[in-house]
Ligand binder design. Structure first.
Ligand SMILES: Cc1ncc(COP(=O)(O)O)c(C=O)c1O
Length: 454
């Protein structure tokens, strides 16, 4: 109680956030990403008061299982005590300093550790995933320029690719809903076929033979146009935004060989697939290859702070090392290599090492697969597929707004799911427990059964 109670208490009360208040304040002031704001007249905006493990909790205490790891970033749960402690200690030491001309312990140690994990020499930092993609594209182009090959101005990406939404990243993205409006602003790049059946419309089982037609097409493209092509950029093993489309590692192995043969860089965009999502630390490991450039973000900080990183081969780094300033890589962002974000990344890597996360996830994924069998066999479910800590399926539904309707129904059941078209997927934080996963499966089946039949 405060001394002159009434007045102050009622002011304090009126400032107490509630679900309704937070939603109306947000709709009045925040332009939400990837959203037609008018849809919020019909579909809920969810105000989150706090997070706890795999759960998000609103102002009325409703709990939502974060089955998509808050846009694929969270690995070890919300408000993780170990990451929190590391950040609190870093806050009292150094929050940030510019990285041009300066350096600090968290960025040095993180670069050393990422270098060891990827086998690539130097780490260049950005903020979000798209900025890493911009960096990798510019680095590749500039490498060839520094090497006297100024005609290499194009990039090859794959049908259905998603590499982010800044203009350079969008120019190597092939998802119409994100790209079409900005088409006139985008450079003309080249597309190679997706290496496998379209998991969202046919048989999801992808075999080594499935990748052969796409490899022949890639070979033809590189053979004919390698003088114009700086790099091939891929999402290794899984195209996320296209609807969790999975393909066989043989494609990567043989694409790597073709890139080396034709003098084209291979950029592995591991922004979604990195940090254990596909079962290995990085997806490219499953093909036994080494890319020339690797883009990392999302899980890099365990879902805590915006940070991205491009790791480059020694050969690429060496091509910029020169007396002439203009031959250097003069790209920068103000928050490049933020000490706080690097500390969150180090705390995340410590958890991987201390808890043998990759090994434990392997057992966990097997148990989760068994727990999901009723969903896989549901009569309205097609193409149930799985890789590492990703599960995906298509739902037969008559609803034209399937993704939004399913999101709303799942939310009522306490589950955060964000389908892509008719593709429902689980990409939970690694801390999700067996009983939570079983409950997620049950609620997903319930949400499917609630929907209008086709
Ligand atoms: C493979 C891939 N690349 C790039 C990005 C872009 O990352 P950001 O949204 O952090 O810019 C994403 C985001 O989903 C992604 O999945």
């Amino acid at each position: 109680m405060v001394a002159n109670g009434g007045v102050i208490d009622s002011v304090a009360m009126s400032n107490t956030p509630t679900n309704t208040k937070q939603v109306s304040r947000s709709l009045a002031a925040v332009w939400h990403p990837c959203t037609q704001m008018k849809h919020h007249e019909q579909f809920p905006l969810v105000p989150i008061a706090r997070g706890e493990g795999a759960w998000l909790i609103d102002y009325e205490g409703n709990r939502y299982l974060d089955a998509v790891s808050s846009w694929w970033v969270n690995l070890f749960g919300h408000a993780n005590p170990r990451i929190n402690a590391a950040l609190k200690a870093q806050l009292d030491t150094l929050e940030h300093t510019m990285l041009a001309g300066f350096t600090h312990e968290p960025v040095i140690e993180l670069s050393e550790r990422l270098g060891k994990l990827t086998g690539l020499g130097h780490a260049f930092y950005g903020s979000d995933g798209a900025s890493a993609v911009e960096i990798a594209l510019k680095m590749s182009f500039h490498y060839w320029r520094n090497s006297g090959q100024t005609g290499k101005t194009k990039f090859v990406s794959l049908e259905g690719s998603y590499h982010g939404e800044t203009l350079g990243a969008l120019a190597v993205t092939d998802v119409a809903i994100f790209r079409d409006a900005y088409g006139p602003l985008l450079n003309n790049n080249l597309l190679g076929p997706f290496p496998g059946p379209r998991a969202t419309s046919g048989d999801a089982a992808c075999c080594a033979e499935c990748v052969l037609p796409a490899l022949s097409a890639l070979e033809k493209l590189l053979q004919e146009r390698h003088r114009e092509i700086a790099a091939l950029i891929v999402e290794p093993l899984v195209q996320g935004a296209a609807g969790m489309r999975m393909y066989h590692p043989d494609y990567l192995r043989r694409a790597r060989a073709l890139c080396s043969q034709y003098g084209v860089h291979l950029i592995a965009d591991e922004i979604m697939t990195g940090f254990g999502r596909t079962g290995t630390m990085f997806a490219f490991e499953q093909a036994g290859i080494k890319p020339d450039l690797v883009c990392l973000s999302k899980g890099l900080t365990g879902g805590y702070l915006p940070l991205s990183c491009v790791l480059a081969s020694d050969e690429i780094y060496a091509a910029f090392y020169d007396d002439h300033t203009a031959r250097g890589f003069l790209h920068s962002h103000s928050y490049t290599g933020s000490a706080l974000a690097c500390r969150a990344a180090l705390a995340t890597l410590n958890i991987f090492a201390a808890d043998a996360v990759i090994e434990k996830n392997c057992d966990k994924a097997q148990r989760f697969g068994a727990l999901a069998s009723a969903l896989a066999q549901h009569p309205r479910v097609r193409n149930f597929r799985h890789l590492g800590m990703i599960w995906a399926l298509e739902v037969d539904s008559a609803g034209k707004q399937f993704a939004r309707e399913f999101f709303a129904r799942a939310l009522k059941r306490g589950v955060l799911l964000r389908p892509i078209g008719n593709t429902v997927y689980f990409m939970p934080p690694y801390v999700v427990a067996d009983d939570e996963f079983a409950w997620l499966v049950k609620q997903t089946i319930g949400a499917i059964d609630d929907l209008e039949a086709p």
